[in-house]
Design a protein around this ligand. Structure first.
Ligand code: GLU
Length: 476
């Protein structure tokens, strides 16, 4: 979505990159090497559907191979184009470096309206696209590992993994060629919720730092904060659900492509999602006010604005009117470069995309490691952990009885203490740790360098520094 006078998505990412490298001490050659996109493969392929041959255009762009495999989702949308795929691939490089997942950056896209085809047709199209990429090692456990993005999910990833394994029957690591697979087909618990869960952990970490909250003019905890969410797809839905059900946030508006719902008392996200799944739209939802044109709600009064849909939704045309003091970029590139400058002037704090939505690739990393180790997380330790906890509980109870102390452990404490960590608990723990650590790296730059007055520039400085280090150690 590019407006007049606004740089393209790719240019926006480069302008943000340039703003950060100006504050770094990189040789111009290395700076250029990191900025450019290494390669973009375009494929046009035909599939016989409904009695005729349909031609589709797809891309897989590799931004940086300082670490391999390279990583990034595959998007299905009619708006997919080379500029967008390259911008998203560049963001993947910086994202992976920021959250320390050992990957370079890549992204793929297919120009298709996934709603226009039925499941069987989508399988044929996906397998054919995968075939073209696998043939060129653009899907490969050691070289390029796709994942879901807009318009794709577990189902498509399962088809891609199966296609790879059909073409590489002796590759024992075949399952690691793609992440975001369903748990019964080599996936990992917690991958579907991961990006939304990461948004929640990012906000929890932000709210642990009073100075950071103060920069946005906020105080207190997440409880009772008014939140507006744009997009109730996988990311927006999970973020809004967890923030409202677990942290006490009040979701005052949900903006979707065909309208918006609002209620100052707070919306029930799970209820809305169920309605959407049944009706195919938020229209007609009985427990909130509906407006046909949801975009003005981006500018409504709230404490936290979470754009979780498309890129470029906050642009030079509406940035000045945004009232939220804190924006969390759950989508990739929702704020254009021009809008970013306006918002910074206004003192709005932006938790940038490369950090805020990194939960997806973080759990993808865990899935890839699981696939390569061929064992589920927790399988060896869980019962041993439980046995040690039981020893301690039994000893405490024995001491209490022997000494007549009359201590009793509450049943709730006992149950929690005696339950060993399963895969989901371990994935959430690893994700929480990743989000906290990455935030702290970013905020250290934000708070210690006078010239850095925003989290996005701080995030770029951290990740570009890491990519540069990796290139230097290769002798470049
Ligand atoms: N598509 C997601 C993103 O933009 C996930 C990428 C991945 O898991 O590799 O971060």
């Amino acid at each position: 979505m590019i407006r007049d006078g606004e740089p393209s998505f790719r240019e926006s990412v480069d302008l943000m990159f340039n703003r950060a490298v100006r504050l770094m001490d990189l040789s111009p050659g290395l700076e250029q090497k990191i900025r450019v996109c290494n390669s973009t493969y375009t494929v046009r392929f035909g599939v016989r559907l409904r009695g005729k041959i349909e031609t589709f255009t797809g891309y897989r762009s590799v931004h940086s191979e300082h670490m391999e495999p390279v990583k990034g989702g595959i998007r299905y949308a009619l708006s997919v184009n080379q500029n967008e795929v390259e911008a998203l691939a560049a963001l993947m490089t910086y994202k992976c470096a920021l959250v320390e997942t050992p990957f370079g950056g890549s992204k793929g896209g297919l120009c298709i309206d996934p709603r226009a085809w039925d499941e069987h047709e989508l399988e044929l199209i996906t397998r054919r696209f995968a075939y073209e990429l696998i043939k060129r090692d653009l899907i490969h456990p050691a070289q390029n590992v796709p994942a879901p993005d807009m318009g794709t999910g577990e189902r498509e990833m399962a088809w891609i993994a199966d296609q790879y394994k059909r073409m590489n029957t002796t590759d024992i690591n075949g399952n690691a060629c793609v992440t975001g697979k369903p748990p019964h087909a080599g996936g990992i618990q917690g991958r579907v919720e991961a990006t939304g869960r990461g948004v929640q952990y990012a906000l929890q970490e932000f709210f642990r730092h009073p100075e950071d909250k103060a920069k946005a003019g906020l105080s207190g905890g997440l409880d009772g904060k008014r939140v507006i969410v744009q997009g109730l797809g996988n990311v927006g839905y999970h973020a809004a659900k967890f923030l409202s059900e677990e942290d006490g946030c009040r979701i005052t508006a949900v903006i979707e492509r065909d309208g918006a719902l609002h209620n100052d008392a707070g919306l029930n996200i799970e209820d809305i999602r169920q309605w959407m799944l049944k009706q195919g739209s938020i229209k007609g939802y009985p427990s909130a006010a509906f407006v046909e044109d949801g975009t003005p709600l981006l500018e409504a009064e709230c404490d936290i604005l979470i754009p979780a849909a498309l890129e470029g939704v906050i642009h030079m045309g509406n940035a000045a009117r945004i009232k939220a003091p804190l924006i969390v970029e759950a989508a990739n590139g929702p704020v254009t470069f021009g809008a970013d400058e306006i918002l910074r002037e206004k003192g709005v704090v932006i938790i940038p995309d490369m950090y805020a939505n990194a939960g997806g690739v973080t759990v993808s990393y865990f899935e890839w490691v699981k696939n390569l180790s061929h064992i589920r997380f927790g399988r060896m330790q869980r019962r041993a952990e439980e046995a040690r906890s039981r020893l301690l509980v039994e000893e405490l109870e024995r001491l209490s009885a022997d000494q007549g102390l009359g201590w009793t452990l509450s049943p709730d404490f006992k149950e929690k203490f005696l339950t060993g960590s399963d895969e989901l608990a371990l994935v959430r723990s690893g994700l929480d740790d990743t989000m906290r650590t990455a935030y702290q790296a970013m905020r250290a730059v934000w708070h210690t360098r006078d010239e850095v007055d925003d989290l996005r520039t701080a995030a770029y400085i951290v990740s570009i520094g890491r990519v540069a280090q990796s290139y230097r150690s290769k002798g470049l």
